[in-house]
Ligand binder design. Structure first.
Ligand code: BGC
Length: 396
């Protein structure tokens, strides 16, 4: 995922930011099934306040396998701990729906399942790396064979709390990349598809966060208002669904939470962007959302933002070299606008292939600051994962 931004930002965790303790659920290999809730869950307020994110089996499996392939025993032990971190499960194809239920079954009453809805027609219109299975115009398939079956499964689990990130990059791309033909062609389907998803997934046990890019994207002075309007219009077209909490920022991104001055604050165009870290971005974007008529709580992806100063340009989004796992998921953020720090991108899964001959090769994945070699988006990159473990802050 990730398109081209008209500009960008980043920050880091400073001393002023107390790192929350990791979510520990016991070693993955010996995890006992947690007790599910006895009665239906109705979410209101911060759904992460009293729940930890469920460590889904798909990512845990990848991590356990990766850890067992590491010969350095101290690094392997650290790597294994990553399997217990709750991350988001990406439903990035219709076929992937098949793993949803076996994960939902396992979620305890003090936990929340976390998933990403990501299969719009013409997906990733401003880039190539994450182009999806549905062609522009195939909105009927998106609705009937992607969203509807997911809704049917969720309806079987009313006693389970679920958090959703809705369609990363899609609406932000319509705000800043509408000059690109692919984004122009995708616009109607994105708006219709996201509205349909919000409306259909509006169940009492679900909390939804619409993707809002990051500070270096919609955070530019000129993008804040159109960005908020772009999201709010779709939210309203969906009938202002009650279970929308607000937005997800920095998804699969690299910006630090509260590094000050921000990573790109010395760039020549910095004067045009006051959202120089994600904390600032949320503080600027949230009031705009509110006045545009949309709920404005945020969750922020801190999965890979431990190390700053790695990107040549704010908009570099692909497999940034030198990165490390960031602050662990927590609902204690010390910021009333921020429901949770979350790991949306499963660290170790690639952002895009570095194979210049591949159909989905995007030049961003060949840039100087991108890790190479890298496999197709979403597939495992062992070396990259080991690097994230070594550079993790706080360390494992
Ligand atoms: C890929 C998806 C993948 C997700 C999480 C995206 O960039 O396009 O296929 O599921 O990342 O790794």
């Amino acid at each position: 995922m990730k398109g081209i931004y008209t500009a960008l930002v980043a920050s880091a965790i400073t001393g002023a930011f107390a790192a929350p303790s990791p979510i520990e659920q016991g070693p993955i290999t010996a995890r006992a099934a947690a007790a599910a809730c006895a009665t239906p869950v109705t979410l209101s307020g911060n759904p992460f306040a009293s729940r930890t994110i469920y460590a889904n089996k798909e990512y845990s499996k990848e991590v356990v396998a990766a850890a067992s392939a590491i010969s350095d025993s101290s690094l392997a032990a650290k790597a294994l701990k990553v399997a217990d971190v709750g991350t988001f499960l990406w439903i990035d194809t219709m076929a992937r729906i098949s793993v949803v239920e076996e994960n939902l079954k396992d979620v305890g009453c003090n936990q929340i399942a976390a998933l990403v809805i990501y299969d719009l027609p013409g997906r990733d219109c401003a880039a190539k790396a994450s182009n999806g299975e549905l062609a522009v115009g195939d909105i009927a398939t998106y609705k009937s064979q992607y969203i509807d079956p997911i809704v049917a499964i969720f309806k079987k689990y009313p006693n389970t709390a679920i958090a959703l990130v809705i369609e990363p990059d899609s609406l932000p791309n319509l705000v800043t990349n509408s000059d690109k033909q692919a984004c122009k062609d995708s616009a109607t389907g994105y708006k219709d598809g996201v509205a349909y998803a919000l409306k259909s997934l509006n169940l009492p046990n679900i909390a939804m966060y619409i993707d809002a890019g990051h500070g270096g994207w919609l955070g530019w002075n000129d993008n804040l208002k159109p960005g908020a309007k772009g999201l709010a219009d779709v939210y309203k077209a969906a009938g202002s669904p009650k279970q929308v909490r607000g937005v997800a920022t920095n998804v699969a991104g690299w910006n630090a939470y509260d590094l000050s001055p921000g990573e790109f604050s010395k760039a020549t165009d910095a004067q045009w962007n006051k959202a120089q870290n994600e904390k600032l971005y949320v503080s600027l974007f949230s009031p705009e959302l509110k006045s545009a008529g949309m709920p404005s709580q945020a969750i922020i992806d801190t999965g890979r933002n431990a190390v700053t100063g790695l990107r040549k340009e704010w908009g570099d989004w692909c497999n940034v070299n030198g990165a490390g796992f960031g602050v662990r998921p927590t609902g204690s953020t010390g910021n009333t606008l921020v429901d949770a720090f979350v790991w949306v991108k499963p660290g170790g899964e690639s952002d895009g292939t570095s194979d210049t001959g591949a159909t989905r090769y995007d030049s961003y994945c060949g840039k100087e600051d991108a890790f190479k070699p890298a496999p197709e988006a979403g597939t495992w990159n062992q070396e990259y994962f080991e690097m994230l473990v070594k550079n993790a802050k706080p360390s494992f």
